[in-house]
Each structure stands twice: as C-alpha cells, then as structure tokens.
Design a protein. Sequence first.
Lengths: 321, 303
Amino acid sequence: MPPDLLDFEEPIGVLLKEIEALSMLPRTGERQLSLDTLKRRVDSIRSDIYSKLTPWQRVLVARHQNRPTVLDYVDHLCTEFTEISGDRRYADDHAIVTGFARYKGEPVLIVGHHKGGGGDTKQKVYRNFGYAKPEGYRKALRAMKLAEKFRRPVLAFIDTPAAYPGMESEERGISEAIALNLREMAALDVPIVVCVHGEGGSGGALGIAIGDWILMHEFAIYSVIPPEGCAAILWRDSARKVEAADALKITAPDLLRLGVIDEIVPEPPGGAHTNHNVAAALFDTALERALAAVSAMDSPTRLEARYRKFRAMGNIGIDGL
Amino acid sequence: MAWFKKARKPSKSSALAEAPSRVPEGLWVKCPDCAQVLYNKDLESNLHVCPKCAHHFRISASDRLRALFDGGQWTEYFANLTSNDPLHFKDTKLYKDRLRSTINTTGLKDAVLIATGRLDGIEIVVAAMEYSFIGGSMGVVVGEKITRAVEMALARRQPLLIVSCSGGARMMEGALSLMQMAKISAALARLDRARLPYISILTDPTTGGVTASFAMLGDLNLAEPKALIGFAGPRVIEQTIRQKLPEGFQRSEFLVDHGMVDLIVDRRSMKSLLSSTLRFMGAESSPGEPPVVQTTDAVEVET
C-alpha cells in the first residue's frame, strides 16, 4: 500500500498498484482505456469512503502527514509573505508561524501552528511537531498587537496536537500565555478570521483561535482532549480511542450543530492532503467571503458580535437559562 | 458518623489519582502531612488548616464562602442552572447518570457557587469552585455561571474573586467545555478594561483549562500553600519527558519562583490580605448595614 494511504483506504491501494503496474507497460489504446476505468473507480471509491468517515477516521485524515500547512496555504493564496520571529521575551517558537502577507492584494497578518507536515523528521523536530510553548503564544500575541496597531486583519490557522506538555512549558507559564491570548484576542480591535484546518488540539489550539468567524475544514477535528487521552482517563484504556473520538463530538458537522464553529470549508474528495491546489481554492472562496463580511462591520459592532458569539457558546447544553 | 476517618494521603505525582475529595469527615482526622491526629471541630474552627504543620485541607465551596464573607452570610445566584448533557456522552457509564448521582451526593447542581456579600465591609462577587463535583471540572454550566459572575461584578462595579479548585475542562461536554475558557476570558477582558479588581485564588488543585484561562488572569494571582497548579497534569508531563518530575514541581512555591503567582497566602490570613489589597485597588466599605441576606442556603435572585 502506498505510504500516503490510510488503513481504511485499502480498497484504493489495490487499484493504485494496478494503475502503477499498467502505466509502466508500453501504452496501447486498450491499456489506456482500462487505466481510465481504474482511475474513475479510484475516484468513486474514494468519494464513497470519504462520504462516510467515522470520527476516528477523520482524526487520521486531520493528522495526515501531507495535509496542507499554514505555509502551504500562504504559498497558494498570499503574496509578499514576510515571516516575523520571536516573542521579545525568551525565544522564537517554530511551532507557531507569524508574518505579514497580502491576501487579494490587501495586507493581513498570518498566525498559525505548523506541525512540520510534508517535511522529513528533521522538519518535524524543528517545528516540535506543532506543540507550541509559551513563547509561541507570546509571539502570536505580539504579532497580533502589531496587526491592531497598523489596523490589519488577522488570519489564524489552527493545526496543533496540543500545547507542549513538558517541563519548560510549565516553568515559563504556558497557562498564563494561553490565558492572556484568550483575553486579548477577545478584545483585539481588528477583524479576525480563524480556520481550524487540521487538528484543533484543546487549549493549545484555542490559544490563537478567538475570532469573528470560525471556519473549519470538512475533515478537520477540534477537541477538548485528544481521543487517546480521553480514553486513557475515562475508559482507563487508550485503545478505546475510537469510542472516545465518537463520544467527544470532534467533527466539523458536530461542532457546527453545537455552535462552536460558523462554517465548514469543503475539501477535495479524499481530503485536502490529496490535492493542495483544490484544497486551497476551496478554502479561498470561504476565506474571502468571511473576511469581507467581518471587515465590513464597524469596530464596536464587530467586537460586540465577537463577544456575543463566545458568550453564547455552551448555552445549548444548559437547562434553566 | 465514623469515629475516625483517615484522610487519604495525596499521591506525590498524580493529581488525577486522588479523585476522592480530601475534605475530612468523621470526628477525628489524621493530618496527611504531619500525621497529627486532629479533632475535626478544632480543624473546622481553624478553617481546615492543620494547627501543627499548616497543611491546608481541601474545603468545599460553601466552607470557602463561609470563610470569606462577613458573618458567614451571602446570597447565592444562578443555582438552578444544570447541564442537559449536550453530547449525550457515554464512557463506562452514562454522563447523565454520573451527573444525577453527583447532584444527589453533593446537593449542588454543578461545580461552582456564585455569591455576593461583604468581605470586611466591601461588597464583592465571588465564584467558588467545588472539587467534589466531578473534580471541579468546567463544563457549560460552570462557564455560564462564572461569566455571569463577571458580568455581575461589571454591572455593579464591584470587585470579583474567583476561587479555583478544578481538574480543568470537563471532557464529557467536549469542545463546549473548551469554549468556556474563551467565554469567561472574553468577559474578563471587559472587567479589565473597566478597571475593576479581579483577584484569582488558586487552591489545590488548579489545572488544565481552568489554569489556562481565568485562574491566571487575576490582577493578583494568589495561591494557597503547596497547591498543585499547572496546565498539563504531572502524569502527562512524565509521559512526555519520560522521567520523574522533581519534588515540588507545579506546586504554589514553584509558581511564585517562576513569576506566575504573586503571593502564597495562608487560608487563615486570606481575608485580611484580600481586604487590604482590594482597598489598594480602590474598593471601599459600604456604608450602613448590609442588605437583608439569607445565610448559606439563600434563595435565587436573578439579576
């Protein structure tokens, strides 16, 4: 099976192998015909599989090694990207990328987690697999304050397993760094569009995910705790992660229904990792519309709407309001 | 009532393991720190602090309010809000059943009490978390009640105290629990801009999403001695770094050393310290008699 395929895509694997074998032989009209048929079958089986992914399968897609990163989207959709670095306190955290760019010709501030996806192990280690430390959140806040100072909208890209759960995170105040971002982003006086495009891993994701419009990719996940962690605590068995993924309601349709996100961004059949061009184009449409809508509001209206949005979250789960 | 009930010694490295509350029951109790046998009534009158070694026993939200408010009197708000299990969550048992049995055993509807009253004459709003209610975890009800407490402080222009005692966000309410971090923090942004005092009191334990939101956002962050305070739980960190954590890691003293907490305050001097710091922040005693208040089990008043 090709290494990019996930376990549940096995039916495609067989066909892909057949296609590979066929295309190595000299071409004839007849072979071309069967190649086309095979490719069509791959597409149809893939669409079929992806139309009924289980929550756990979505976790695997959201974590796929070739899933587009923040920098892939910036490459496809932005010009003049200038990365800025460091929290001016301690260090530069490579698990969160910040920078200036132009989107549709207009200046925007980019902030996003980066897991090192698409790269080799060295890349992933450089990005700490997307596990951000306090300095990452502080860099993000510094950058967003620059956006506020120069009146530029913020585009936030969410893709992290979690904030880094290590000793130095605690020593340097990971809790305070995330908490402060939550408070300051709630009141940041510029438009903020958030997109959960990969893995929305609990507080580590939320730490840069407060905004006026929350987009979420079709096969992305957003959760209070990784399914493995939840299974280990509640079932006392991390192997029950499949059930935990189901119980936690981490999929885009679930979260739209629960009012946690505002809109689902469609992905190419087979997931964003199979075709970055199409994934970026689909995202572009949603992003352009969302940014235009929130930018059209005047400041007080936008800030009040942002407050009301988060203020209402969870009320669906309360009796006696 | 039992004659003697041994308080469980808290495990050194694991907060999650100590699920039963360490609120002492029984006539006599043994201090888990110094092994002194204490008469429970004496312990109670000492605010559940060991007279010998100053070990701070975990206390309930209502004991907390009793220790803070003048004359042990307060008015409780929003006590009728309950979770309707929005995810229809099920692990080894139904969350609905877990909720129902916790409501029955604690007599509370969720893991926080919201109250107003006077502290040394100063009218304040207090949110006190209750650990015995599913580990003090924050779900939608806790989030809504604390947000309302913040908004109440804002509307009345009164100082806000939040006493945290929580394992973090409540898993059984999924991402909705996570969003309560954002919801409360957004309200605190408004309180901050309005120049009203917010003092966060961190008690054992304060971890996860509670630490990473309102508990760290106080104008002052105060901690009780030796409280476990952190973002990731000690077990998770040990799994990440594959070694044992040093003694005292993520305890109050560690947080003061690393600049995250202002001060460690003994429970017995908490009230006088709060009074003087609140006055520094501009709060004043209200003139005249306090308005008519009910004790402990006050009636519901909506604002």
